[in-house]
Ligand binder design. Structure first.
Ligand code: ACM
Ligand code: ZN
Length: 523
């Protein structure tokens, strides 16, 4: 092996690297033109420490960072060449250029120490493109509201690791977090609860500390814009028909019994869900979504659909009436009726519905995308084999709220998300993978950082790099360089000794799913 052929401090690792002789000296005298009007370059320059921030030139020909647009390349693909006297970035457009710059930034920052004025970069050519088009992180802000700064920081890290979908879980039994102008009580009533359950999923102990928070539409627009600048699509989730008790507390007429309801202080699955038999429910949902569509320009809207017990529907005259009119014999089918109404509504507006895999049923609108988290793989395979689309978030590997005893870093890294039974001709129907962070037991930033990092890096590499090229030993060689970058931003990630606990500690893994997990670093 040539002595240059080392493992580069990059996560996700590029698909192909060709090492070349020589090196490029990166200093504050490196010349860069910003004439191209690519905001991506400005963002890149802003991310560099002062002593190695390059000089700006107005002469395109003097620029040592050459940007070449090749419309025949795939959307997110890029080539990055580091040559002795200049760098070359080739992509089909801004998205690929952005990723080339993220790769360059990781290389520079991995070498950087405070006050350092020169970074030596090895000459090479990187040829790169993602395995999956959908590379997601989900944040539940309903159980615990985290706020704009945390969301922006997460979007920055997502961009760094080439993740491109932020799934924003905004409504729940325990809180409604998005301003809807037509229904002010969703915030006035639905955004606050009186207490939170602190005893794990099995106990009912409450802490008596009120919890509140929501995003105004103006703040949402700011975050959507911030994400777009980083080539991240935000997929909002408005849950229906289950996990909707905060909406019911605000508008009790939407429930089967008419209430009263409270914004729940308890976690878990709640019986009071939206009543599909009340004509007002569909109108309400469509009106809410009309405002949501104005705020979120992306193609996909998530409508939940998980964990919706039909207890109330069974004894509700309005639900019975709808069942009769629709000729359905099983009350469960009312969920499909509601989902299809909303899916049609979204289709008319040029959007596509995504829902958790519990919504899968005969008669589901074939346009709907299923996000798989738990349950029979067989049902999902059938859905995919009939030509429909899926996103994979297997809860035994990708739930970032799970303890490290249950989901150690190395297990997350080595997990292969695509079912082995799936025919390779159908791989294109798997849009990609996504790691959710549910926040029942994530009350603050320190805990959030600890749950997400470094596991998100393992997910990001699986999302990007072809499975045959993944390598756990190489991942561990590269991690310290990236953890140093997390350190520089004071991210309290789980140390490797915590992220890969010894085997005897892992025995408590299954139990740690129902406990209020411990964790997060001191200080
Ligand atoms: C889920 O974890 N209930 C989607
Ligand atoms: Zn009902």
């Amino acid at each position: 092996m040539n002595k240059n052929q080392t493992t580069l401090p990059l996560i996700p690792y590029p698909q192909q690297i060709n090492f070349l002789p020589g090196s490029f000296q990166w200093t504050s005298k490196t010349l860069i033109s910003i004439n191209s009007n690519l905001k991506e370059i400005t963002l890149f320059l802003d991310s560099l420490p002062d002593p190695i921030r390059p000089s700006i030139t107005n002469e395109e020909k003097d620029s040592q960072l050459k940007i070449i647009i090749d419309p025949f390349m795939r959307n997110e693909a890029y080539h990055l060449s580091i040559l002795p006297d200049h760098l070359e970035l080739i992509a089909a457009g801004a998205h690929g250029i952005f990723y080339a710059l993220q790769t360059l930034l990781q290389l520079i920052l991995a070498e950087h120490k405070p006050e350092m004025q020169l970074i030596t970069l090895p000459c090479l050519q990187i040829i790169d493109s993602p395995r999956f088009a959908w590379r997601g992180l989900m944040l539940d802000e309903a159980r615990h509201f985290q706020g704009i700064q945390t969301v922006k920081d997460l979007l920055d890290w997502m961009a760094c690791f080439k993740l491109n979908v932020f799934h924003w879980h905004l409504t729940e039994d325990q809180g409604w977090r998005i301003e809807i102008k037509r229904y002010p009580r969703l915030i006035e009533v639905g955004a606050s609860r009186s207490a939170s359950q602190i005893s794990g999923f099995l106990g009912k102990k409450l802490n008596a500390i009120p919890h509140t928070g929501f995003y105004t539409q103006e703040e949402i627009r700011e975050i959507v814009q911030y994400a777009a600048e980083r080539h991240i699509q935000i997929v909002p989730e408005i849950e229906m028909p289950g996990h909707s008790q905060a909406a019911l507390a605000a508008y009790p007429a939407l429930g089967c019994t008419g209430g009263p309801y409270q914004v729940s202080p308890h976690w878990g699955i709640h019986s009071d869900i939206l009543c599909p038999g009340k004509p007002g429910t569909t109108t309400f949902l469509q009106n809410v979504l009309t405002e949501v569509l104005e705020l979120f320009p992306g193609k996909y809207i998530h409508t939940g659909g998980d964990e919706a017990p039909k207890t109330r529907w069974k004894s509700c005259p309005d639900c019975q009436k709808l069942a009769k009119e629709s000729n359905v014999t099983r009350i469960n089918d009312l969920q499909t009726i509601l989902t299809n109404r909303i899916s049609n509504f979204l289709n008319i507006h040029g959007r596509t519905l995504i829902g958790w895999n519990e919504m899968l049923a005969e008669g589901l609108d074939p346009e709907a995308v299923v996000q798989y988290w738990v349950g029979k793989e067989k049902t999902l395979l059938k859905h995919i084999r009939s030509g429909r689309k899926a996103i994979l978030s297997n809860f035994s590997a990708y739930y970032l709220d799970h303890s490290y005893e249950h989901s150690p870093l190395d297990k997350v890294y080595q997990y292969e998300p695509v079912f082995s039974q799936l025919e390779s001709s159908l791989y294109a129907n798997i849009l990609g993978i996504e790691a959710p962070l549910w926040t029942e037991f994530v009350p603050n930033r320190a805990r959030l950082d600890w749950q997400i990092f470094p596991r998100l890096l393992a997910v990001a590499e699986t999302a990007w790099l072809d499975p045959g090229k993944k390598d756990l030993t190489s991942f561990h060689q590269r991690l310290p360089g990236l953890l140093k970058q997390l350190d520089a931003k004071n991210i309290g990630y789980a140390l490797l000794s915590d992220a890969n606990p010894p085997v005897y500690q892992r025995l408590s893994g299954p139990l740690s799913l129902v406990q209020a997990g411990k964790g997060q670093r001191e200080g």
